[in-house]
Ligand binder design. Structure first.
Ligand SMILES: Nc1ncnc2c1ncn2[C@@H]1O[C@H](COP(=O)(O)OP(=O)(O)OP(=O)(O)O)[C@@H](O)[C@H]1O
Length: 455
């Protein structure tokens, strides 16, 4: 019997010749051989989704590879990093389900009242940097691109602004078109869907609208939180969803929060969105931020020393769009001065951004506006006296942000919230700080709001 290292090398070589490089990097490179004894191979993978995929697709292939090459029957165990040694409790394997074949639909002429939204060429799997916060989302995206309609339908990405939801969603579209150039892929924002729908009513072309949306192989709808308040659109989307789902066509959705946290989203949509898989994308750690900057710099053929990239990555801690913006700013500054990019030049270029600190320009009114919009409240509700929970928490969040992000005094903040006492502001700040320690939904809302306020 080979030792663990030799065996794993053999398995990797076999998969390298069988799988595309994207699949290889996602499933095999991310896996780690742990032990091999008594014909039992233990492999560790990073997320639950990797584990499912291994069990459904890859374990059996490994068994066959070994059988074919040295005529030995081995067992394969797949575990997560925090799971105990699976050899003490043998799992059962899920049989591999055959990939769902999508049928090509001949492209019809697009009705003129609907604007075509094209996929962004840059948003592919190749340009997507994998890190801790997006690893599971990336793996799910790949599964869906390779086996649309079969496993995770709908696939739902949620998470803060600028973290790569659109990028990943469009990467699925590109990949599907690479695999099957005849496939009909449609990307829209929820607002474009709503506009198309309204236009179709105004121009009496609802049939065309339905034909367009219900005949696709892959429907990508971005930012569905904006369906809130749009009753008619939700109704129409419900039927679009049902038709596609019944036809086993893949649906991918994104939002800044989970379906049940989207205000005024119909319950039947919420429940349908939960049928598939919802995956969170969280802000990248420093290492991933540096890797993203490195990949952008390489793509633009920019010579930037590592310590300068680390410096830039250290300045922006959540939003990747801002990270790209910072790099562009440094690049522009360097070309303006005709100097090479160094850390001190980057520090100069970014010094006015005040990204992580307080901003004297940010006003309480702007905070109130953003918070009210985020929670779908009116400014007067936010500033008012109503004590119902769905208003009180946003009000306290707004006070908390005013305290954290501006230099305004407590009485001034109280005053701007309809003349409240400064002790109310202190209480709000304490309450939200305390909740932030354990409430992940709140953590995400605050991160989103902060990131929007820095835009
Ligand atoms: N992992 C990644 N690797 C490389 N680039 C990334 C990654 N994640 C995000 N980006 C880049 O960051 C920018 C913002 O990403 P994207 O627009 O996909 O975010 P989003 O989550 O959809 O944001 P929003 O909520 O504002 O719609 C894009 O230019 C995208 O290419």
């Amino acid at each position: 019997m080979p030792d663990l290292e030799t065996l794993w090398q053999f398995i990797c070589d076999e998969f390298k010749s069988k799988l595309s490089s994207i699949s290889y990097n996602t499933w095999i490179k991310a896996a780690k051989p742990i032990s091999f004894s008594q014909k039992r191979l233990v492999i560790e993978v990073p997320t639950a989704l990797h584990k499912d995929y291994w069990k459904a697709n890859l374990s059996q292939q490994v068994i066959s590879m070994i059988k074919n090459s040295i005529n030995q029957t081995i067992k394969v165990f797949v575990k997560l990093p925090n799971e105990p040694d699976p050899l003490k409790a043998e799992p059962t394997w899920v049989a591999n389900s055959p990939a769902e074949q999508t049928t090509a639909i001949t492209e019809k002429r697009r009705p003129t009242f609907m604007r075509e939204t094209k996929l962004n060429d840059k948003y592919t799997f190749d340009t997507f940097v994998i890190g801790k916060g997006n690893q599971m989302a990336h793996a799910a995206a790949l599964v869906v691109a390779e086996e649309p309609g079969a496993l995770y339908n709908p696939l739902f990405f949620f998470g803060g602004v600028g973290l790569g939801k659109t990028h990943l969603m469009q990467a699925i579209g590109h990949q599907m078109l690479t695999n099957n150039p005849q496939a009909k892929v449609k990307y829209v924002t929820s607002e474009a869907f709503a506009n198309d729908f309204i236009n179709s009513i105004q121009t009496k072309r609802q049939e065309e609208f339905r034909q367009e949306y219900r005949s696709v192989d892959l429907l990508l709808v971005d930012d569905i939180q904006f369906f809130a308040d749009k009753e008619g659109t939700q109704e129409e989307f419900f039927h679009t969803f049902n038709t596609l789902y019944d036809d086993k066509k893949q649906i991918v959705l994104t939002s800044d929060r989970l379906p049940n946290e989207i205000p005024k989203l119909q319950k039947r949509l919420v429940s349908r969105f939960k049928w598939g898989l919802s995956v969170d994308i969280t802000p990248p750690d420093l290492e991933t931020r540096i890797a993203i900057l490195r990949s952008k710099a390489d793509a633009d053929r920019l010579a930037i020393p590592d310590d300068t990239l680390s410096y830039i990555a250290g300045q922006i801690d959540s939003n990747i769009r801002e990270l790209e913006g910072a790099l562009a700013r440094v690049q522009a500054y360097a070309s303006l001065l005709h100097s090479p990019i160094t850390t001190s030049l980057a520090a100069d270029a970014l010094k006015n951004l005040k990204l992580n600190g307080k901003s004297s320009e940010l006003s309480i009114a702007v905070i109130q506006d953003k918070v009210a919009k985020y929670f779908h409240l009116s400014i007067s509700e936010l500033k008012g006296k109503k004590r119902v929970k769905n208003i009180v928490i946003p009000r306290q969040i707004a006070m908390y942000l005013a305290r954290e992000l501006t230099d305004a005094s407590l009485p001034k903040i109280g005053n701007e919230f309809g003349g409240k006492d400064h002790t109310t502001v202190i209480h709000a700040h304490e309450k939200i700080s305390e909740m932030l320690e354990s409430d992940s939904t709140l953590q995400r809302s605050i991160a989103d709001l902060k990131s929007e306020l820095k835009r």
